[in-house]
Design a protein around this ligand. Structure first.
Ligand SMILES: Nc1ncnc2c1ncn2[C@@H]1O[C@H](COP(=O)(O)OP(=O)(O)OP(=O)(O)O)[C@@H](O)[C@H]1O
Length: 473
């Protein structure tokens, strides 16, 4: 184990991508720190044993071992050193595992340099305290789109906290699943996870389901029944459709959130319960507060942590992975796959019922198909013929590009500037696609490595991809 020296200014950077490592090094220097660059996990751990560092920055995709394994070692050997994880694979498992292993920060490539600089500045200050480590466990929330990666980071925060969480998002986007993931990865995972759908019951029933009830019978005996609050004792109570609870129940719930006490319906005694509250809504709860339908004080108590699940149409890139996952999990033993035309159909549809609708549609397709390949006609007619169908991706790109060019022209941009800006955007997408690895990108797209390296360096510095007058080699 190492002690933290009071004036450590060295930062350990474990990253095999030279361009990313040197951009990080430049940021560290700008902030007044020395940077020690290592291109493998093993080298990084050796360097850790030699020096005193204010911060360790590490990539998950290292050539010799997973950055998560390196993080584990750093936390064991030098727990006082905060670690900042950088990854091109921003999935939920990585985010939760990093957080649970005690990472102090987690950033997804392509990196937003001002955000990187601010994060390093905060973590490398002597006040930064690494979070404690607990065991990670896997989850089944599928998604790799940027909108989902943001959720994964929010979910990871919620797993390591005990504060109330409000999960919002349209129906079928995985709010209940996210609540379950938070519970199973939290310190309360051994205690019950209890769910109550607040919109499914009339007010008087909801009140007694939530708070329990006590009744005197005609013989004078008292019958009592525990509500969901008591059944969730020690664990997590998940209240779905929270926007739909009446003002009277809102008042009672507020008292419980503030004082941890409540009375059963018909009861007189104050009861106390320790639990964590996770709530969900597919309405805009802030709007409900503005409209006077939801108490503002309760709203602030419930959304200490907030997670927003994106609609499926905002992440069409995740449809193939979700469909493959559902075909595997609901398709029985027969291996099944989507025909290219089917994937095209699924990606063009707008999915008002989100992931739930996708899952149901695949269930239908599996039931009516006989072979191993799922074809477009295996889906319900409404889905194939709907006016909801989105335009083809190429049409969307064409329209967006036309509008973008109009704005550039209005701003007086030169052809070169427009070309460079477009190339920067394309490179950022391609880099993300190839795991943030320029070498792989160069190989797969048959691009000169030196030219690409120059372009990526410029990207990292926030400049346009190609300098004036310089052409591809
Ligand atoms: N990212 C995901 N990966 C895998 N399965 C998912 C994902 N999101 C949702 N699902 C599945 O889709 C279905 C609907 O999800 P869930 O019930 O969590 O949605 P919800 O947002 O709570 O819906 P509602 O608002 O109607 O209560 C479930 O079968 C769930 O397992």
């Amino acid at each position: 184990m190492f002690d933290v020296l009071p004036f450590m200014t060295s930062i350990l950077i474990i990253e095999d991508e030279h361009a990313v490592a040197s951009a990080l090094g430049a940021i560290c220097k700008r902030l007044g720190h020395d940077a020690q660059l290592c291109s493998s996990g093993q080298r990084g751990l050796e360097e850790l044993a030699r020096g005193d560092f204010a911060l360790a920055i590490l990539d998950i995709g290292l050539p010799d071992m997973s950055g998560l394994e390196v993080l584990k070692q750093i936390r064991r050997r030098a727990p006082a050193i905060p670690s900042l994880i950088i990854t091109a694979h921003g999935n939920l498992d990585n985010a939760v595992a990093a957080k649970k292993l005690g990472a102090a920060g987690y950033l997804v490539k392509p990196l937003d340099l001002p955000e990187v600089q601010e994060t390093i500045r905060q973590l490398a200050s002597p006040a930064a305290v690494p979070t404690p480590s607990v065991q990670a466990s896997p989850s089944l929330l599928i998604g790799a789109a940027p909108a989902m990666q943001r959720c994964f980071v929010e979910i990871a925060h919620a797993c390591t906290s005990d504060a109330p969480v409000l999960i919002s998002g349209p129906t079928g986007t995985g709010k209940t699943l996210a609540a379950r993931v938070i519970h199973t990865n939290s310190a309360r995972s051994e205690a019950p996870f209890v769910t109550l759908h607040c919109s499914a019951l009339p007010e008087h029933l909801l009140e007694s389901e939530l708070f329990g009830h006590e009744k005197g019978s005609f013989t004078g005996a008292l019958t009592s029944r525990e509500g969901h609050l008591e059944r969730a004792r020690g664990g997590t109570l998940f209240l779905d459709e929270i926007a739909d609870i009446s003002p009277a129940i809102q008042a009672k719930l507020l008292r419980f959130v503030e004082e941890r006490t409540f009375t059963r319906v018909g009861g007189r005694e104050d009861l106390r319960v320790d639990l964590r509250l996770v709530t969900a809504t597919n309405k805009d709860l802030r709007e409900e507060v503005r409209a006077g339908r939801f108490r503002e004080d309760l709203y602030y108590r419930l959304h200490v942590l907030e997670i927003t699940m994106p609609a499926l149409r905002e992440r069409p890139g995740d449809i193939a992975a979700l469909a493959t996952y559902f075909l595997g999990s609901i398709g029985g033993t027969q291996p099944r796959q989507l025909a290219p035309a089917t994937l095209d159909l699924l990606q063009r549809y707008t999915w008002p019922g989100n992931v739930r609708e996708l899952r149901n549609a695949l269930e239908h397709a599996i039931a009516v198909s006989s072979g191993g390949v799922i074809l477009p006609h295996h889906f319900p007619r409404e889905l194939r013929e709907t006016r909801d169908a989105a335009p083809a991706p190429s049409d969307v790109l064409d329209t967006a590009l036309g509008a973008w060019l109009q704005r550039q022209l209005a701003a007086g941009a030169s052809y070169r500037e427009m070309h460079d800006a477009l190339e920067s955007m394309a490179l950022q997408h391609l880099l993300a696609h190839f795991g943030g690895k320029p070498t792989v990108l160069a190989r797969e797209t048959k691009m000169n490595r030196v030219t690409l390296r120059k372009k990526v360096l410029r990207l990292d510095r926030g400049e346009s991809a190609i300098p004036d007058g310089e052409d591809e080699g």
